[in-house]
Design a protein around this ligand. Sequence first.
Ligand SMILES: Nc1ncnc2c1ncn2[C@@H]1O[C@H](COP(=O)(O)OP(=O)(O)OP(=O)(O)O)[C@@H](O)[C@H]1O
Length: 346
Amino acid sequence: MGVEIRVEGLTKSFGRQTIWQDVSLTVPAGEISVLLGPSGTGKSVFLKSLVGLLKPDRGHIWIGDKDLPYLPEHQLYETRKLFGVLFQDGALFGSMNLYDNIAFPLREHTKKSESEVRRIVMEKMDMVGLLGAEGKLPGEISGGMKKRAGLARALVLDPEILLVDEPDSGLDPVRTALLNQLFIDLNAQINATFLIVTHDINTARTIPDNIGMLYRRELVMFGPREMLLSSEEPVVRQFLNARRAGPIGMSEEKDVSELEAESKMGLDVGTLPPIQPQLMPSDGRIRAAQHAPGAWCAAHGVTPPPGSFVDDLGRNWVEEWPRYVASQQAAVMHGGQPGHPGGAQY
Ligand SMILES: Nc1ncnc2c1ncn2[C@@H]1O[C@H](COP(=O)(O)OP(=O)(O)OP(=O)(O)O)[C@@H](O)[C@H]1O
């Protein structure tokens, strides 16, 4: 069911440059969380710190009862096996075909027979839609396929935690949408804890259960998607609205005079757009980590922006949700195939 990552007071600097300080958050077990932030705010450094590739200056990263930065080498090696990591470019070995790339962690970290390795590699290639491409070299495939190959490799050791660095970088909007659906489908299948770093606003709006944002060397906010998507916090609003106006400038933060000039011109961070319905697994199953649409807003007395939770077919998922859950449960009980949530009938 995935494991929780509990970060307490984490601080990292390179020489005199503080990247972020005093970051505390709990990434809930089995849920999908997204970390946003302007370029250079240290999102990649944060992921690398979580997996023990970089050592923080201060603070704790609790994985169960293990405080990762302070583990002796052999325990760190064991704890790292809980993680699968998908780096930006897939980090594939250029001279190996996809099969050998994906088999690599199994051959390196386990004593499995070649027939067992084959079974696992083919299963993961199937999961990411790459069957038939086993013999291809990384140089012969598209960026989207490289990401999926990197994802298959991140999955071979059945991780409890999947860390993903900018899955959308270099991908067109359609491939990004397909990859996002794949993350949702995978999360439903393996129930691991996902933490995805991204710049893509559509990704941030539609896939996560939780969203966090790094800015000015701090974690501005981290919490359920509905909390961030209905937030009044200017930095969050500007980022999610992709506005020029607001506190974030080209070199991180704007000064007071720039902000005053914007306000005189009537520029602002924009109004809150509707909260889109969250993507659901394409095979109709309901993820173990799924929260009912609108539940956080209702529990916290927050009125979501008008038009929230309404899909392309005009259905409001706050009202639709109980019917959907009942229909999917009935289909499973009667041995049928649950319907696709995007279909007019399910
Ligand atoms: N190994 C390193 N040594 C020194 N400085 C580093 C190192 N790794 C990263 N940095 C610096 O840390 C800062 C944050 O980098 P990072 O790549 O984490 O940002 P990011 O938020 O992921 O950016 P982007 O969204 O553009 O990928 C940058 O100023 C970078 O130059």
